[in-house]
Ligand binder design. Structure first.
Ligand SMILES: NC(=O)c1ccc[n+]([C@@H]2O[C@H](COP(=O)([O-])OP(=O)(O)OC[C@H]3O[C@@H](n4cnc5c(N)ncnc54)[C@H](OP(=O)(O)O)[C@@H]3O)[C@@H](O)[C@H]2O)c1
Length: 332
């Protein structure tokens, strides 16, 4: 390996105000400074990658840029000795794929403190089936459990259920014995959601804006991946003492709610961040997914694409038309 070693990356450039992604040849010397050089075998697609690829300056400040907030691969050089050369690692979040070149390139260079050792029994593809989306779903479920959520309390709603975070949340909660109501805008995805374990599938209309500040409390707890006005409606339908883990904003960053669900029903709003949390917290969730939290259906249904298919797949995210997990295979 020399600094002149060439590799392929799906790189986004600004051309006349438009952001265009395409395959480019880079050199290892083009990568940012860092302690660990990793040969990326697999990455995974996330909503944030779609934002980065479309020129969202809240995610990526300057271009040209290689998106990809997730990467799993083999350590090729390690200035600190840990992780060791030849070992496999997972890197998700922190600045990867935002303003540090990310997993849509065949190599990344990152601080050692971003690298999680590959859990026993996993390979780079398995890790990227879960990726940041799976990690986030796991953190959402973990927060509900920490608040005392139990299956006998009643139904758990998952919004944005067909999405990357939502689908793992549906399968994980179902496997833990919860009665899951999947809320999805994709009527043709109902059978797939039931196959993941959802007991019931409801359309997004159950979260349409209503004037009343509180509604019939049908859900004991919930995982919300969409934010915005639908989250405000979901909060009105949570039983007294129930909790809602929130992680996303596909329906908007504003939360047009009143305090009533919180002060009259004691509803708990639990924020989830998968990006900046300590590495040990990420590692603990990865370990669970590689053991008692395994989601075999998500693993079996993941779709593999090559760099040439990235453009279409990322545009589908922005339209809310993406479903399930998509893994980027650099060998494809
Ligand atoms: N906090 C964190 O650390 C963290 C980590 C990962 C992701 N996130 C965020 O979590 C959210 C979900 O991520 P993802 O990777 O699962 O995205 P995704 O695969 O695109 O899934 C989002 C799902 O939300 C639904 N949806 C889309 N547009 C909507 C709209 N306008 N109104 C209501 N529902 C809509 C769709 O599901 P249906 O068609 O089934 O309704 C869509 O599949 C994103 O906002 C992402 O940025 C946050």
């Amino acid at each position: 390996m020399t600094t002149n070693t060439e590799f392929q990356a799906w790189r986004v450039e600004e051309k006349d105000g438009e952001y265009v992604g395409q395959e480019q040849t880079l050199k290892v010397s083009d990568l940012p400074e860092g302690e660990v050089l990793i040969r990326v075998h697999h990455s995974s697609l996330n909503y944030k990658d779609a934002l980065s690829a479309s020129g969202n300056k809240g995610v990526t400040r300057s271009y040209p840029h290689t998106p990809g907030i997730d990467a799993a691969g083999e350590v090729v050089e390690s200035a600190t000795g840990e992780p060791a050369v030849g070992s496999q690692v997972i890197v998700t979040g922190y600045d990867l794929g935002m303003n540090t070149d990310g997993g849509f390139g065949e190599y990344i260079r990152v601080p050692a403190s971003w690298c999680v050792p590959m859990p026993d029994g996993w390979n780079t593809r398995t890790a990227m089936i879960y990726g940041t989306a799976g990690l986030t779903a796991g953190l959402c479920v973990q927060k509900l459990l920490q608040m005392g959520a139990r299956p006998e309390q009643g139904q758990v709603a998952v919004s944005g259920a067909s999405g990357a975070v939502g689908s793992v949340a549906v399968e994980l909660l179902s496997s833990l014995g919860f009665e899951v109501v999947a809320i999805s805008g994709k009527a043709d995805h109902a059978a797939a959601l039931k196959d993941l374990g959802a007991k019931d599938v409801q359309g997004r209309e159950i979260l349409e804006e209503q004037k009343k500040p509180l509604l019939k409390p049908v859900f004991a707890n919930a995982v919300d991946t969409v934010g915005g006005a639908p989250l405000a409606e979901l909060l009105k339908q949570i039983q007294p003492g129930g909790s809602v883990s929130i992680c996303g904003l596909v329906a908007g960053p504003q939360l047009p709610t009143t305090v009533l669900p919180f002060i009259l029903r004691g509803v708990n709003l639990l924020g989830v961040d998968s990006v900046e949390i300590p590495l040990s917290e990420k590692q603990s969730v990865w370990k669970k997914f590689s053991g008692e939290w395994a989601c075999p259906k998500a693993e079996a249904s993941a779709r593999d694409i090559g760099r040439a298919e990235l453009d279409d797949a990322l545009k589908a995210f922005l339209k809310g038309a993406s479903a399930g997990k998509i893994v980027l295979d650099h060998a494809k």
